[in-house]
Write a protein that binds this ligand. Structure first.
Ligand code: NDP
Ligand code: MG
Length: 380
């Protein structure tokens, strides 16, 4: 029996992780959950699931019998490192996941990680925490889970390329000039996946694929030159690994995040899952396109950030997080998201990242640069 803590339990991944835990009562027990702002939904979840521990960002208006409640970032870290916890599902969105991630890894936990922002920003700190605590980091992001699985078929030196597939988002076929007036409602309608608001927007801007290029580099320790992006609108092939003999290993399934969530929790075992089996004969043609980097500057910038190293990946992420907030508030246009990230990267004085404070400082700097972009362009 494994005790599970789901951090970010009210979100899209968090709810699907709960579903996985519920489908295997013989293997998993829900020990702890956390949430940030959805008080009603969180209280309802506590009443129905009765975990031992629950962490919210601020005091809740009610208590729930049998559930020990605590508040704030330190409490989140304590839950992530709780000696009773075996598996931490990290389903918080944004860089806010970095601090609890480090805490879980230092305590030697298995972390099933959906959050990519923390991997992109955390860099060497994540690696050090992993070594220090002797924990395990298992990817949940569908592309990274696919690569992780395909990598089990060969040796590291035999790998020629990691091939990340990308649906291309909802506007893949639209000319760029038509994208200027895209609204938040249009931007979050993803063609193949149902996800949280921020990652849906990231998929539409292709910033998500940029983050994933850096995430793959961090997780599997390959340089940007060994990572390719391939557009595949149907999201059936989740990613691939090309080997030096010309063999390509691919991972296929229906688009259902419960599959990679569960695999990260049970690896190296595979057990039945609640996901619908894939019937390839039901699929329309599976198609693949080489992305045009001129059309997708978000991906090009990510490769540049990976190469530059230092604080650049942190700026890419922080600027994008802030730009996404401003877009949802109606203060930035759709194409201005990537423009503001480019603006922040242009003005940032790159330097090596030492500790957590360095990272958080640069994250703040990136956000301020995006605000500067927004004010100067609204005056223009
Ligand atoms: P959601 O927005 O649906 O959920 C985010 C969760 O994190 C919520 O429980 C939210 O709590 C909590 N949260 C938000 N901000 C904070 C904070 N500052 N401190 C603590 N908790 C916080 O996101 P998703 O589930 O879509 O995505 C989560 C992560 O997984 C992201 O990093 C995303 O990139 C990644 N991912 C998601 C996929 C998906 O299919 N959704 C696929 C692959 C990766 P509350 O609701 O109470 O505010
Ligand atoms: Mg993904």
């Amino acid at each position: 029996m494994k005790n599970v803590a789901i951090l970010g339990s009210t979100g899209s991944i968090g709810k699907q992780a709960l579903d996985v835990v519920r489908s295997h009562p013989d293997r998993f027990a829900l020990y702890g959950v956390s949430a940030h702002s959805s008080e009603e939904a969180f209280l309802a979840l506590l009443r129905t699931t009765r975990p031992r521990r629950a962490v919210f960002s601020r005091p809740l208006s009610e208590t729930v019998p049998g559930v020990a409640l605590s508040y704030g970032v330190q409490a989140l870290c304590d839950l992530a490192a709780d000696p009773q916890v075996d598996v931490v599902v990290l389903a918080i969105s944004g860089i806010a996941a970095l601090v609890p991630l480090l805490s879980a890894l230092k305590a030697g936990k298995r972390v099933a990680i959906a959050n990519k922002e923390s991997l992109v920003c955390g860099g060497d700190l994540v690696k050090e925490a992993l070594q220090q605590g002797g924990g395990e980091l298992l990817p949940v992001d569908s592309e990274q889970s696919a690569i992780f699985q395909c990598l089990q078929n060969g040796r590291r030196e035999e790998v020629q390329k990691l091939i990340l597939t990308a649906s291309g988002g909802p506007f893949f076929r639209q000319p760029r000039e038509e994208l200027r007036d895209i609204t938040p409602e249009q931007a979050v309608k993803h063609p193949t996946w149902s996800m949280g608001r921020k990652i849906s927007l990231d998929s539409a801007t292709l910033m998500n694929k940029g983050l994933e290029v850096m995430e793959a580099a961090r997780l599997f320790d390959f340089p940007g030159e060994k990572i390719d992006v391939l557009i595949h609108p149907q999201s059936i092939v989740h990613s691939m690994v090309a080997y030096r003999d010309g063999t390509v290993m691919a991972n296929l399934s229906n688009a259902d995040m419960r599959l990679p969530i569960q695999y990260a929790m049970t690896w190296p075992e595979r057990i039945p899952s609640p996901a619908r089996p894939l019937n390839l004969w039901e699929q329309p043609d599976l198609s693949f396109f080489k992305p045009d980097m001129a059309r997708f500057p978000a991906i090009k910038m990510a490769y540049d950030c990976l190469k530059a190293g230092g604080g650049c990946p942190v700026v890419y992420n922080g600027a994008n997080e802030r730009a996404a907030e401003l877009f949802f508030q109606g203060r930035l246009g759709f194409l201005e998201i990537e423009d503001s990230v480019a603006y922040a990267l242009d003005r940032f004085q790159n330097r090596p990242m030492g500790d957590l404070d360095d990272i958080l400082l640069v994250d703040g700097e990136a956000r301020r640069l995006v605000d500067e972009f927004q004010t100067t362009r609204s005056k223009a």
